[in-house]
Unconditional design. Structure first.
Lengths: 115, 115
């Protein structure tokens, strides 16, 4: 069975600080990887995704993530955070095979950016 | 265009009662998913529909939970004999078609509280 682990439950940063949120998954086969974000009072929305190819993927709002297969990791990064990045971030995985539909989510990381 | 909508936004019920939660997917999306999110956790898969049929119901916790999508559009999640442990936010998502490579678009959720 697949599982996803997010190391940090709550991260507090000041504006302009650099961000890295950890995500590790457990699955032996091909995977598709996602980061979703939930801003206060809003629904989950996709930040970025990785299916194949270049392991460094860029998403919306200046976010990027790097897939490191040997470490089963897909960490999210942003060089300089803004107050508007305050949100909850979820890493998710599904098996990269036809017929695999469900997303398996990590427990989430709450990010607070102080102005 | 309109996103995924869910009604009601909040539902408070008493232990042992029956509840129905409704999901309206994005028009034209053939795939529909239900997830459940408990406090402090990431969403947890419940069931996936492709068209009218439940293609994967492996996440339903027990036979008190049932979902339908009779016309391949709107879906209803039904919970019988509710228990306090059923309290959570129930999320619906849809995607243009099934498969692991399609982005899932999430609704705002229904917050269910069982007293």
């Amino acid at each position: 069975a697949q599982s996803v682990s997010q190391h940090n439950h709550h991260v507090i940063l000041s504006e302009a600080a650099s961000l890295e949120l950890g995500c590790n998954y457990s699955y032996g086969g091909t995977v598709n990887l996602f980061w979703y974000v939930q801003y206060p009072g809003q629904h989950l929305q996709l930040l970025l995704k990785y299916f194949s190819g270049d392991p460094l993927v860029k998403g919306i709002k200046g976010f990027e993530a790097e897939f490191i297969k040997s470490k089963f990791s897909f960490n999210l990064r942003k060089p300089s955070v803004q107050w508007s990045d305050t949100a909850e971030y979820f890493c998710a995985v599904n098996a990269g095979i036809q017929g695999a539909q469900k997303l398996v989510f990590g427990q989430g990381t709450r990010l607070t950016i102080n102005p | 265009g309109a996103g995924v909508s869910q009604t009601p936004s909040n539902k408070v019920t008493e232990k042992g009662k029956y509840v129905e939660l409704r999901c309206d997917p994005i028009s034209g999306h053939t795939a529909l998913y239900w997830y459940r999110q408990s406090l402090g956790q990431g969403p947890e898969f419940l069931i996936y529909f492709q068209g009218t049929g439940a293609a994967d119901d492996s996440g339903l916790p027990n036979d008190r939970f049932f979902a339908v999508r009779p016309e391949g559009s709107v879906s209803t999640l039904k919970i019988q004999r509710t228990e306090r442990g059923d309290s959570a936010v129930y999320l619906c998502a849809s995607s243009p078609q099934g498969g692991p490579y399609n982005e899932q678009f999430f609704g705002p959720g229904t917050r269910l509280t069982v007293l």
